[in-house]
Design a protein around this ligand. Structure first.
Ligand code: ATP
Ligand code: MG
Length: 415
């Protein structure tokens, strides 16, 4: 992508009412546009990042047997009335049609996926099954805050599974947990999992996946010596306590963002829709249901919060909008411009995605924009590098610069 064609531009300051770091940086760099509190549009750079995050999640969900769908987000009110959610879910947006029919906007999809599961799973032979989607959710949150980390319209991957037995749900939960950790680490984050009681939602309990950041809304305690982690809201554990899991470490407290959640839903939804399956011995039984969420937009915001520095955003390679930010410092020299054009084509021909700053702008401005935008590797072509037969390569995470001969550029990215 030639930056001179990109319709977004960086800006010096974020809107005054935007206090969170993630939204400030994302707006200034041209990734998102604020529509109102809790609602953002994703612009070309932002959409590329979000799509990458979704792809990481898709790969990990497919790898554990999840089957992708796209469920409706405009829901019949009848389904919500059937489960009691119409009156009990306070964040549910309700719509009235001009025909006086009522609808709900999807804030979660149990009311849609349970009847779908029921349609196709009638025997134990059809179970287990895991169905997921990646898309928009709508919640009438009282306070939209923390930029894209708590919105009224936001992105989520939500998966639902149906099982013959509780044991089988427990087995699958263990598999999902490993897949979740892979997702977070591919997104450059270090996550912990808490075991906490579920809200009104759940019959039994939930597991929350947490990333330490002051921008998060949750208070947790965690052990530095082992993986133990608990949500302070539901646990009596506090800072300074000896770790109840390893008995070695001392608990530390921290703020964290919930980037994912797993609920053991028991048989609540199958019972509400009278969804039964025939067991091996011929009796009818309700399946055990689980739901597994990852906030895709919250995850994007968390990455910005955790990895950015005083110059701007720092994207991990897997989810960066482009792999390379190519910067031509031409100073009006046509040969340098031609050299940068050539390298732009060469990188793309080798499957390396490039944002090419071909704008007629000062070097200082291009470098500052590049640091704000946060693409992992910057390549600079200038009169000086041309004379030396190569390019300057700078890594965004470390700031380390190296000179690479023209012949070694592709190899640099393949290693
Ligand atoms: P929270 O306690 O933060 O409100 P939740 O328990 O309501 O989260 P779930 O209903 O399990 O969350 O949703 C699954 C995931 O979707 C959460 O783990 C979080 O990452 C994300 N999420 C939930 N609400 C929002 C929101 N308003 N904006 C952005 N992401 C959200
Ligand atoms: Mg919530």
């Amino acid at each position: 992508m030639r930056q001179s064609h990109l319709f977004t531009k960086t800006r010096k300051s974020a809107p005054k009412d935007e206090v969170s770091k993630n939204a400030q940086l994302l707006i200034r760099a041209g990734y998102i546009h604020k529509e109102m509190a809790g609602v953002y549009s994703y612009l070309p750079l932002g959409l590329r990042v979000l799509t990458r995050i979704e792809q990481v999640i898709r790969e990990e969900m497919d790898a554990i047997g999840g089957q992708e769908t796209k469920m409706a987000t405009l829901h019949p009110s009848e389904n919500w009335k059937q489960t009691g959610g119409w009156d009990n879910v306070d964040v549910l947006f309700k719509l009235m049609s001009r025909t006086e029919k009522e609808y709900a906007l999807g804030q979660s999809e149990e009311e849609i996926v349970t009847p779908i599961g029921q349609e196709y799973a009638s025997s134990y032979k059809d179970l287990p099954v895991a169905i997921y989607q990646i898309g928009q959710k709508y919640r009438d949150e009282l306070r939209a805050k923390s930029g894209i980390m708590r919105g009224r319209e936001f992105g989520m991957k939500d998966m639902y599974s149906f099982h013959e037995t509780q044991d089988d749900f427990d087995r699958f939960y263990g598999i999902v947990k490993e897949a979740y950790f892979k997702v977070y680490s591919r997104c450059g984050l270090d996550a912990k999992v808490t075991e906490a009681s579920g809200g009104a939602f759940s019959e039994k309990f939930s597991y929350e996946f947490m990333v330490l950041t002051d921008a998060g809304e949750d208070d947790i305690v965690y052990c530095e010596k082992c993986t133990h982690c608990a949500n302070v809201e539901v646990s009596s554990q506090k800072e300074g306590d000896t770790c109840p899991k390893c008995s070695k470490g001392e608990l530390k407290s921290a703020k964290a963002a919930e980037v994912g959640n797993v609920f053991d839903l028991g048989q609540k939804y199958p019972k509400a829709f009278n969804f039964t399956f025939k067991t091996n011995d011929g009796t009818e039984q309700y399946p055990v249901m689980g739901c597994y969420g990852i906030g895709t937009t919250r995850l994007m915001g968390t990455v910005v919060e955790v990895l950015s520095d005083d110059k701007g955003i720092v994207w991990p390679k897997e989810i960066a909008p482009y792999r390379v930010h190519l910067i031509g410092i031409t100073g009006g020299n046509k040969d340098v411009a031609a050299e940068a054009d050539k390298l732009y084509d060469h990188l793309q021909e080798n499957g390396i995605e490039v944002l090419y700053d071909d704008r007629d702008a000062r070097a200082g401005e291009k470098f500052a924009d590049s640091e704000l935008i946060g693409i992992p590797t910057r390549i600079v072509v200038s009169e000086k590098t041309m004379q030396e037969g190569g390019v300057e390569v700078v890594e965004r995470t470390t700031g380390t610069a190296a000179f690479i001969q023209d012949s070694g550029i592709i190899e640099y990215f393949q290693k």
